[in-house]
Design a protein around this ligand. Structure first.
Ligand code: SF4
Length: 327
């Protein structure tokens, strides 16, 4: 068991010490969940957002420049059919935070379940909602929910998102209480972030009792107030990921596209550091370039890329771990 002091020191690991950290993380993963990589298919349902995060090109203030889109229930189901045809049983519906998506997603969820004959994990990433709205989506058939906390430092959270950390964590607790499998996530290397607050992020996953947690290096995206800030270190993000795996070996941890965006081969290193999830993009080609999560030149993860990475790492893919458990 790593202490806080050891975690803090290991965030600086490089060279042989980093290799050993990653090897320990992979041993922890293998002992608790096995080495196989879960595949998710994501559909990006809207690029409109009511929030104004300092680091995100889809922030509210950019709406006038961004070419807005909303998928209908029919369009979401069409994309989900392609995910099924690819043999993937986790359908992630993701989008900016806006109440306009609720009706389309609520319409699509039972129809996606029907497409799969019920054997599907419906994973949502749609931001803060009321408890009653989460309850409606759960009753419609949603299984799990990603709600990234981004940083556990309340002042930095407020400065970066203009929203309160308390309200974000209220969402996490409501989701857990309603029986969702829940994922949080942090950005490492945010301007103004301390290493101690990153250690807090790692501890938070255990304190909340969540099932998933992501780590993304900070990307200074164009058309945002932080576009001239220094990029987050990929080595720091990978060390956070490895420490997270060792501290909480049962978590699902993705190797996110931001690792590849900031460093060629970054997602491969994510798997080496103990990640066990990869997400393939199934958004319509016409929408992909409008979903400006890291700007127009974001790295769009396709199935071939994931298959190549998994094969090169001498690993295999597997389906949802949550099916049969409140699915
Ligand atoms: S990071 Fe998410 S919540 Fe923040 S502006 Fe972008 S889409 Fe909205």
């Amino acid at each position: 068991m790593l202490t806080r002091t050891e975690v803090r020191r290991l965030l600086h690991a490089r060279g042989a010490e980093q290799d050993e950290l990653f090897a320990e993380a992979r041993r922890a993963l293998g002992a608790h969940l096995g080495p196989d990589i879960l595949l998710r298919g994501v559909v990006e349902v809207t690029n409109v957002c009511r929030v104004n995060c300092e680091y995100c090109p889809m922030r509210r203030d950019n709406t006038r420049d961004n070419e807005r889109y909303f998928l209908s229930g029919d369009e979401i189901v069409e994309c989900a059919e392609q995910i099924r045809d690819a043999g993937i049983d986790i359908v992630l519906l993701q989008g900016g935070e806006t109440p306009r998506t609720l009706a389309a997603v609520e319409d699509a969820i039972p129809r996606i379940r029907a497409v799969y004959g019920g054997r599907v994990e419906i994973l949502l990433n749609l931001g803060n909602m009321t408890r009653a709205q989460y309850e409606r989506l759960r009753e419609a058939g949603a299984t799990s929910y990603i709600i990234k906390h981004e940083t556990s430092d309340p002042r930095l959270h407020e400065a970066m998102r203009h929203e309160s950390l308390d309200e974000r964590l209220r969402c996490v607790r409501d989701l857990l209480d309603l029986g969702y499998k829940v994922g949080i996530g942090l950005i490492s290397g945010l301007p103004g972030q301390t290493l101690d607050s990153i250690v807090d992020d790692i501890e938070l996953a255990g304190e909340l009792g969540v099932h998933m947690c992501s780590v993304s290096p900070f990307v200074p995206a164009p058309n945002t107030p932080l576009q001239l800030s220094p990029q987050g270190s990929v080595d720091l993000a990978l060390n956070v990921l490895a420490c997270l795996r060792i501290r909480h070996p049962e978590l699902l941890i993705p190797s996110v596209s931001a690792l590849e965006k900031t460093s060629a081969g970054g997602q491969s290193r994510g798997l080496a550091a103990g990640a066990n999830v990869m997400t393939v993009n199934f958004s319509r080609a016409s929408d992909r370039q409008k979903y400006l999560i890291y700007g127009k030149d974001r790295f769009v993860v396709r199935l071939r890329h994931v298959e190549d990475l998994v094969r090169a790492a001498d690993l295999r893919t597997r389906g949802s771990v949550f099916l049969g458990v409140n699915a």
